[in-house]
Ligand binder design. Sequence first.
Ligand code: ZN
Length: 207
Amino acid sequence: MSGIYNRRMQDLVRNLLAALGEDPDREGLANTPKRVEKALKFLTSGYDADIDLVLNNALFSVDYSEMVIVKDIDFYSLCEHHLLPFFGKCHVAYLPSNKVIGLSKIPRLVDVFSRRLQVQERLTSQIAETIKEKIAPLGVAVVVEATHLCMSMRGVEKQNSFAVTSSMLGTFRSDARTRMEFLELIKLRSASAMRSSAGANLVCIDE
Ligand SMILES: [Zn+2]
């Protein structure tokens, strides 16, 4: 990252520190605005990412029709309601029709959508929809398991601070056996927490 920082964002962070009752000029906080800006720019760098560039040279035509699975992809994102982290594991599977994505590109795709202000449900469906759009597979499945600091740190419904969301498209939606094979292979920490991605904004309580 270049040494040129947005003066305006640093001023905003200084004001925020003052509004919190802090002295932005004390030694420990002197460089905090610069660090916060750098951190936030990195954590939201997914907005600037070009999906086609990320997937460049990694879409291959194949004669292969078995399930492709990449599981336990670590991700870190920011909840758009509180600007606090939610993080965990993402599991991705698809059934190719005639194209596959280089395996190393799947975690990159997860990074692109997690390095934004997000809600877990939208993160889940954006990953699935992008794979569907780029390689037109027979089906795509994405499961995201995450801990939400906006819930656990604030003591809001602690039992729900760990949430599981899923997006099942194509054969993963229409064929229970395909779906079960995938779920069996990823062995969810909390299978009972499984629910559809239909109900938006349930993961992080908007308060
Ligand atoms: Zn939140």
